[in-house]
Design a protein around this ligand. Structure first.
Ligand code: GUN
Length: 290
């Protein structure tokens, strides 16, 4: 089979960031305040540190005001809830993001619920989860699955009637991805660790979205020839030369049979931040309208 097309997440994310930048410039040219994003990080997880720095850098590129709050690993729940309460009231701040994972002593569910749903640019608050579930366009939707939908549309155009199989059922990616593809009039199947026939179901997919956090788990036996494969995984593995990043899909095995596939890195990853900037601008516009 021909070499498959690599879906260039970096280019598509750049386009998205440029579009946000253009809209923000129109606001500031009209003497309006820029959108503002607060990024809260607790502790010093090295992977989170890289993600947070990229988020701040992309905000700057788009003209979005970013405010970083770096808290010590020992921060108490009371202090973190207090900071989020203050950010909820802050007129300059339209979006609040608490980088996950949090240290073990903090109750993630309780903390995410403290963020005002109007400023919940991660789309993790139960109000936004519910709005997405009922197909309400006012939902702020999780950034990574929103990026997956954009990549699939770039590749295929209208997605009506496509069969999407989502592998993984996390609250951050799998479940919201299923909802978002349903909203695009796709048929959606979710495969998870307790599915008895995961590979067989996955082979029915026109679009296969994989978000399991297990390096190279999905091999060619999971993929229908000609499918579009979207790999959400970012895993660091050891090799003879050192370490390298790989996805949840075995790229070398799957690429020859897929119609198109996202590489790791440079596929879904950059789209997550583009989604965050989009959500921050959406939250700004909704707050300014109120
Ligand atoms: N950690 C890994 N992915 C995400 C994400 O999308 N948002 C936040 N806040 N933390 C994360």
């Amino acid at each position: 089979m021909n070499q498959p097309k690599r879906i260039d997440g970096r280019r598509i994310a750049d386009d998205q960031v440029n579009q946000v930048a253009h809209r923000v410039r129109a606001l500031t040219d009209a003497d309006k305040r820029p959108p503002g994003l607060a990024v809260v990080m607790v502790g010093d997880n090295p992977a989170s540190d890289v993600y947070v720095r990229n988020k701040i850098r992309r905000c700057e590129q788009a003209g979005i005001l970013s405010v970083e709050h770096r808290l010590s690993e020992q921060t108490t729940e009371t202090d973190l809830l207090g900071l989020l309460g203050d950010l909820n009231q802050d007129e300059q701040i339209d979006g609040i993001l608490v980088q996950l994972p949090l240290p073990k002593h903090l109750d993630e569910g309780r903390i995410l619920k403290q963020i005002s749903p109007a400023k919940d640019v991660d789309g993790f608050h139960p109000v936004n989860v519910g709005l997405l579930g009922i197909g309400d366009k006012r939902a702020l939707v999780p950034c990574t699955p929103a990026g997956c939908v954009i990549l699939a549309k770039e590749e295929l155009g209208d997605l009506t009637g496509k069969h999407v199989v989502v592998v993984g059922r996390s609250n951050i990616v799998g479940k919201p991805a299923a909802q978002l593809f349903l909203a695009e009039d796709c048929s959606v199947t979710i495969v998870h660790s307790r599915s008895s026939n995961g590979a067989e179901l996955a082979r029915q997919a026109d679009i296969l979205v994989v978000a399991v956090g297990r390096p190279q788990m999905v091999d060619a036996s999971w993929v229908k020839p000609g499918a579009v494969v979207i790999d959400v995984g970012i895993n660091r593995i050891s090799t003879e030369e050192g370490t390298r990043l790989v996805g949840d899909v075995d790229f070398d095995q799957v690429a020859p049979i897929a119609a198109a596939i996202t590489p790791v890195p440079g596929g879904v990853g950059p789209m997550t931040i583009a989604g965050l900037l989009n959500n921050t601008l959406t939250a700004y516009e909704a707050r300014e309208q109120d």
